[in-house]
Design a binder for this molecule. Structure first.
Ligand code: HEC
Length: 308
């Protein structure tokens, strides 16, 4: 399956040998710089004595990945990447809560999107609960309401976009609607709209057609089952509902690339550079084999280049 995403052309590079830091001559100043760099990147704090006393701090990346300061920092990072602003309530930031759970329990990263969970308030606190009907955080009631949108027929374009963006990183930035523009489903077929709403693998109206619909009941938002039936989406896959949609998205190579882009962005504070193609490839290979976000982060931060 190939998705036409322009973002990922950097993968052309590759084939370089893995560079191991093991056996490198010990230079105390280099080791100290490396310890500081790792501790700040993972935990936002300066290194502790144990890390500072290590001849090769990159051997300690696994320990940093289990550090609670890292788990907190990474969960906040993911939440900021997956939402354009903080939630009005903590339960709206379902991605934050479930990321923390997935990291703490060393679950595969796909669990964040397809795992049997629900993030909601229980006993006065926001909790991750087991829910056999869960779909990562995508079926959690506060999240569903947050992204229900205001489309006139309850078509959840905003939800469709969040699901696509959170799983693949695709960014669609609509220009501000001018007054008098027809925003109905017909209006969205116009030349200036259909590029995002009907064309391309991310076509928002077509994706949204397999999601539940928003219904207002007085002041209460409820959702009713989709009526469109199975649709051909994502370059020719037959998809009937949100679960099949998200499962197809996390099975795509776009998902793997997005995961490694997140790992780079967290560790370097920027996107990967084209000369970093070989490290990026190793990240994708590690993630494909081991499934955890920790494996992706280890591939990037454990590479000799991270401390050079
Ligand atoms: C660059 C891509 C892009 C283009 C072009 C675009 N849109 Fe959108 N549209 C989006 C995205 C993304 C969303 C979801 C935004 C969100 O709520 O997060 C959206 C949402 C909407 C919504 C639902 C808002 C809601 O609250 O649920 C309407 C209505 C809409 N667009 C109308 C239009 C119309 C009319 C045009 C043409 C004049 C247009 N769009 C062009 C990307 C686009």
């Amino acid at each position: 399956m190939t998705h036409r995403l322009v973002l990922f052309s950097l993968l052309a590079a590759g084939g370089a040998q893995a560079q191991s830091s093991v056996g490198a001559p010990v230079d105390p100043q280099r080791a100290e710089r490396c310890a500081v760099r790792l501790a700040v990147a993972f935990t936002g704090k300066s290194p502790d004595a144990a890390l500072l006393g290590t001849a090769d701090p990159q051997t300690q990346v696994s320990a940093l990945l289990a550090n609670t300061a890292f788990i907190e920092r990474f969960s906040r990072f993911i939440n900021a990447q997956f939402n354009s602003e903080p939630g009005a309530t903590s339960q709206e930031d379902a991605a934050y809560h479930l990321t923390k759970y997935v990291l703490t329990n060393a679950k595969p990263w796909t669990e964040l999107f397809v795992g049997p969970y629900k993030v909601d308030v229980a006993g006065g606190q926001v909790q991750v609960q087991d829910d056999p009907n869960g779909l990562g955080y995508f079926r959690s009631p506060p999240w569903l309401k947050r992204y229900a949108g205001n489309e006139e027929n309850g078509i959840k374009l905003s939800t469709a976009y969040r699901i696509l963006n959170n799983t693949t990183g695709v960014k669609l930035i609509p220009s501000v609607n001018a007054a008098g523009v027809d925003v109905s489903a017909n209006g969205r077929e116009a030349a200036g709209c259909r590029g995002c709403h009907y064309d391309g693998w991310f076509a928002l109206d077509r994706i949204a057609s397999v999601l539940t619909k928003k219904v207002m009941n007085g002041n209460t938002v409820t959702f009713e089952a989709p009526t469109a039936g199975p649709q051909e989406l994502l370059d020719g896959q037959t998809i009937s509902n949100d679960k099949e949609l998200v499962e197809a998205l996390v099975a795509s190579s776009n998902f793997e690339f997005h995961t490694c882009r997140l790992a780079f962005k967290f560790l370097y504070g920027r996107n990967e550079l084209s000369c970093e193609g070989p490290i990026f490839d190793r990240c994708v290979d590690a993630f494909r084999a081991e499934k955890t976000i920790q494996s992706a982060l280890l591939a990037v931060a454990g590479d000799a280049s991270f401390c050079r």
